[in-house]
Design a protein around this ligand. Sequence first.
Ligand code: FES
Ligand SMILES: [Fe+2]
Length: 350
Amino acid sequence: MIFLLLFLFFPFNSSFFLLNTQRKNILPLNLNKWYVIAQSNEIKPNRPYNIKILNREIVIWKNNNSFTALNNYCVHRGASLSNGIIINNTIHCPYHNIGFNKKGKITSMPSNFNPTFFPNICQKKYLIYEKHNWVYLLLNKTNSEDHNFIMEDEYYNKKNKCQFFSQIIPQNYQFVCENLLDILHISYVHSFGNKKNPLPVKQFSPKKMNKKSFHQKMKYYYITGSQSLITYLNEKNLVKVESEFIIPNKIVSRVKFGKYVKTIVSSALPIDNKTTKLFVKIYRNYWVFNAVILDWLADLFMEIMFRKTINEDSKILISINTNIPNNLHLSCDQFPLTYRRILKKNKDKL
Ligand code: FES
Ligand SMILES: [Fe+2]
């Protein structure tokens, strides 16, 4: 009876509801996942490149289009290998010149020492993989099951233009992902948002895209603000937005207006608990001129818009205190909260 009364009086349809969620907002990250760690063009051939993921430093390099990833700190006295040099696909430590090959094995030592004296000592190696201009790394090589390589359909349509960006954001990756799924902030944080009509016109429930529900999709309709580019490109300022998350750190958003689609694919690399490197590719099926100058101008404009948008997000994200218990939830928080719930549910399984 009590449950029935609670059910009848609980304000499911109101614009807000209260819940006692877990106090711990940030969830531990899973190591058995492939993470985007760099754009391919950030890594020059035979030049060590240092990356940080979950507080671990890893040196990577490219030789004949094949990538290698080793623990950055030398097993001898801990010098940073990323300050070394690469000769014949072997990295030489800058401190005492020990050479490690792509498997992390010692292949050369200074003067009289024989590398075969130390057959069991090697630099820790990581699995690394390049796909469509992004470089992925697996922290725990016992499980290479791949969920993060799901490729967006836009990639296969050669009429689309694709641009790659990256940006450091001083906030935890999970909050960066939640922000990418957050509908309401668009109206207040972004210059293209609509403060007069801040809520979506219509919002659908999240839909599972696979059995384990780590990939979900949600649709909504939104009226863009007067400063939005969409208002210039399209007669109507009504857009259909399709948002997706793929646990733990990939977010896809498709903004559809008339015959145009802009697709934003994001992958949030957790550098440490408070820092994220966001990798973004943006596809568009408009402003593709096949003329050098016009395409260059369109790309430049898109890049300026991207930087402006990400700076608007960063200003808020940097200020968020992740320890505040989030007990108040608005109806349009449903999708970021679903992401948080699924992340929590899958943290041990993935
Ligand atoms: S610290 Fe690397 S060779 Fe000595
Ligand atoms: Fe935003």
